[in-house]
Design a protein around this ligand. Structure first.
Ligand SMILES: C[S@@+](CC[C@H](N)C(=O)[O-])C[C@H]1O[C@@H](n2cnc3c(N)ncnc32)[C@H](O)[C@@H]1O
Length: 227
């Protein structure tokens, strides 16, 4: 397996309201549908959250909140009273809450937000297509912050595999723009394989860790604190 390669993603360099960025964020909904990421995260949440329904869910690198909405659609029946915090460093137009869950948006860098979060203040923390933005050294810091704040962590990332790279070629066929196509390839090269995230997780003894390929193109990591 080739090592992770990080190259800057175009979406991260465009102003949030640039037409190509707005379009690419819309494309991300199609990419997520293609990868089945909301379904994978929701299923992992149902399987691994212990006991009474969670009350506080955080989505780090949440983008425009579309993934959190998709989770609400799948989970609100089982988790009826959730307050969701969407954290993203970009200034994004997040639609107002309309469903069962309360939603708040915070514009912040994830690392700074985690450093300020009180210990054990989050029931479920999710990330989708986010961790691959970080080099391993930065990831250790981000994951340590998550382990301090959250009881259950679920991450869905691009899988660093030949099949996922081949899948990127299909994105033009479903209408994704140049930014999305470039960033998809970059994301796969920076994605994960094997037990790479488990290896970066702190204090593994106090956690149950699961890491595996999921769907056709995704890599799923779940960390659950032992009670
Ligand atoms: C590929 S997008 C994924 C968005 C969303 N999770 C989804 O699945 O649609 C990555 C997001 O991470 C955000 N991001 C990247 N680095 C960040 C950081 N250090 N702190 C907070 N947000 C960050 C970007 O602004 C972008 O919205």
């Amino acid at each position: 397996m080739t090592p992770r390669v990080l190259v800057p993603e175009l979406l991260d360099q465009l102003p949030a309201n640039a037409p190509a960025a707005v379009r690419s964020r819309r494309d991300l909904r199609r990419v997520n549908w293609f990868m089945r990421n909301a379904a994978l995260i929701a299923a992992a949440g149902r399987r691994h959250w212990p006991g009474a329904p969670p009350r506080r869910l955080v989505d780090l690198g949440a983008g425009d909140g579309a993934l959190a909405r998709a989770l609400e659609t799948r989970l609100a029946r089982h988790w009826p009273a959730v307050t969701v915090t969407l954290v993203d460093r970009a200034a994004l137009a997040v639609p107002p809450a309309t469903g069962a869950w309360q939603v708040e948006a915070v514009r912040a860098d994830a690392t700074g937000w985690l450093a300020a979060a009180p210990p054990d203040s989050v029931d479920v923390l999710v990330t989708n297509l986010f961790l691959h933005h970080f080099a391993d050294d930065e990831l250790r810091v981000v994951l340590a912050g998550i382990a301090r704040a959250a009881r259950l962590f679920i991450a869905c990332e691009p899988r660093r595999s030949g099949r996922a790279l081949a899948g990127c070629r299909l994105l033009g066929l479903i209408g994704c723009n140049r930014v999305t196509r470039h960033d998809a390839r970059a994301s796969v090269r920076a994605g994960f394989a094997g037990r790479e995230l488990s290896g970066l997780w702190p204090v593994a003894a106090r956690w149950e860790l699961r890491e595996r390929p999921a769907g056709l193109f995704s890599h799923l990591f779940v960390a659950r604190r032992r009670s």
